[in-house]
Design a protein around this ligand. Structure first.
Ligand SMILES: [Zn+2]
Length: 203
């Protein structure tokens, strides 16, 4: 079926599973790797293997980390009672880049790894919100900032979390819509993100 030798066809098939990589790019990458030195090819393979072996989710906030708890959760200089809830670990970088009126975010994070999406069968049980709700219940939190994206799913998720947190004595806020509607917050520039954090409102 494939006009490539089996090892080449196999690598192309694997590369095509990466986001934004079509057949043409996958072929280009595969031939580049074929031409590379034995050492470079081995280093790439080892980096891929090491990523899965060396990383895990933080047992407190679900951020991707090589140490547990992660650097944020174990930091003595960050406010452990202020939580910014994001959809994906990649969104943390957007919040960290934002330098608002208070000189940048000083709290910690909670990563949900997704949003509610009834169409795709993602309900509250599939979100990783358990440790956040437990911490709120134990009275460990002062404020939870809901920084999910201003998409339909992100808004539904923020609404669900706000309702779930309501019975605990914790301030619940939602970031302002300085982030363009319908976009993911990980792509927000630092000015928009800072404005969104500064302009957060009570829920
Ligand atoms: Zn953590």
């Amino acid at each position: 079926m494939s006009r490539y030798a089996e090892p080449m066809a196999r690598l192309i098939e694997e590369l095509k599973k990466l986001p934004g990589v079509g057949t043409k790019s996958a072929q280009r990458f595969a031939f580049h790797i074929l031409r590379a030195s034995e050492d470079d090819a081995a280093a790439l393979a080892e980096a891929v293997r090491g990523l899965k072996a060396g990383l895990r989710l933080c047992s407190i906030c679900n951020n991707v980390t090589d140490v547990d708890p992660c650097a944020y959760c174990s930091s003595p200089t960050r406010n452990q009672r202020l939580i910014c809830v994001v959809e994906e670990p990649t969104s943390i970088a957007a919040v960290e880049r934002a330098k608002g009126s208070q000189g940048g975010y000083q709290g910690v994070y909670h990563v949900l790894h997704g949003t509610l999406s009834p169409l795709h069968g993602v309900g509250p049980d599939q979100l990783r919100a358990g440790t956040l709700l437990a911490r709120a219940e134990r009275g460990e939190l002062d404020e939870v900032i809901l920084a999910t994206s201003p998409t339909l799913e992100g808004e539904a998720t923020a609404h669900w979390l706000a309702t779930a947190l309501r019975s605990f004595s914790v301030r619940i806020t939602r970031i302002a819509t300085g982030v363009p509607a319908g976009s993911d917050i990980e792509y927000a520039d630092e000015v928009s993100m800072a404005r969104a954090m500064d302009g957060r409102r009570e829920l």
